[in-house]
Design a protein around this ligand. Structure first.
Ligand code: ADP
Ligand code: TRP
Length: 321
């Protein structure tokens, strides 16, 4: 069984990315063959500064490696090192109904946020389908917001298989319900585009300020809070603290007597501690760019070899060869 997932290099990675996508992906590498890539082609639909793309790509590579990608078990690469994926995008686009793309939530959301409605942005799900299908992927671990894209991939693959004969493996999305949506500091889904993120790595002072700034209501500390499980700091604490510790804070909040400031202080300490090893590892990796580049180059060779095989299959099936 092969799993695959990608992440756009569109800014520093945050707890939503980590718990929604990276952690499940890293755990899965123990059980099956894993392919993870940095979706720099996709980032071209919303980020237009080359220096920023280069820097973000390098940062995502460091973040992933620091968080525990095992390069002996996992093929880790940059999307653009496998240009075959753009050819497959063309083949798939001829099997993609306009209506399917018009229904994409992610496209509508991005337009609503003011991202320019380019053809690339509209065709984003077709490139994503090519990413998934070109590696014969079985399982795609993603956050809930990406589920529709994986479903579209299935539709496109089924249509291609029906038209040209069995060519592609039909993938399944994998979404962990307990972390399907990590809340940001304002309680909305944590997302770079909402400015409500807590990053995995970064300056301690800045991050402490972000945690202390998590939005709370104006009830007094003494007041019992029967809705303690809805508190954003409690929800985040459940991700970074041992279960009994998180449960204890939740109970204290429910009973009344626990101030929000103390809760947030505890959250910061657990969060900071949770990533202590990764932070150390990242600091080491920063000093060794040759190693990181070699990992990506090795990943690209492995990924490209497989991509060429699958693309050839699709070219043959469709009568290009
Ligand atoms: P952002 O919303 O910050 O731009 P991306 O869309 O680049 O994040 O998401 C990259 C990956 O991280 C995807 O698999 C996505 O589902 C997951 N992810 C992002 N934010 C969250 C969140 N708040 N909760 C759960 N998963 C998330
Ligand atoms: N669209 C995904 C996101 O924004 C990134 C991505 C690109 C991806 N290609 C993929 C995820 C293939 C999984 C599989 O998060």
């Amino acid at each position: 069984m092969r799993i695959l997932s990608g992440i756009q290099p569109s800014g520093a990675l945050h707890l939503g990315n980590y718990f929604g996508m990276m952690k499940p992906a890293i755990e899965l590498q123990e059980k099956c063959e894993a392919f993870y890539f940095i979706a720099n082609y996709h980032s071209m639909t919303s980020l237009f500064d080359p220096a920023e793309r280069r820097k973000n790509t390098a940062d995502v590579a460091l973040d992933f490696l620091a968080c525990g990608i095992d390069t002996k078990k996992t093929v880790f690469f940059r999307q653009s090192d496998v240009p075959e994926v753009t050819e497959l995008t063309w083949l798939l686009s001829t099997m993609t109904p306009m209506g399917l793309l018009e229904r994409a939530h992610s496209y509508k959301d991005k337009i609503a946020k003011g991202i320019a409605a380019s053809h690339g942005l509209f065709a984003y799900p077709v490139l994503m389908a090519a990413d998934i299908l070109i590696y014969d992927s079985n399982v795609v671990p993603v956050g809930r917001d990406q589920k529709q894209h994986v479903e579209m991939t299935r539709d496109i693959a089924i249509k291609f298989n029906e038209q040209y004969g069995q060519t592609f493996v039909i993938p399944e999305p994998q979404i962990r319900e307990e972390v399907a949506v990590v809340p940001g500091t304002d309680g909305q889904k944590m997302s770079k585009s909402y400015g409500n993120t807590i990053e995995i790595f970064g300056d301690e002072k800045v991050l402490r300020k972000k945690v202390m700034g998590i939005k709370m209501d104006s009830r007094t500390p003494q007041e019992p809070k029967p809705d303690a499980d809805k508190n954003y700091a409690i929800q985040l604490l459940k991700l970074v603290a041992p279960p009994d510790v998180a449960r204890d804070f939740e109970n204290r909040l429910r009973a009344g007597g626990l101030g929000y400031g103390n809760l947030k202080k505890a959250l910061f300490e657990h969060y900071w501690n949770y990533f202590a090893d990764a932070r150390k590892k990242r600091a080491e990796l920063v000093t060794n760019p040759d190693y990181v580049n070699q990992v990506l180059a090795d990943g690209a060779v492995k990924a490209r070899t497989l991509a060429q095989t699958v693309l050839k299959r699709a070219r043959k099936a469709s009568g290009l060869e």
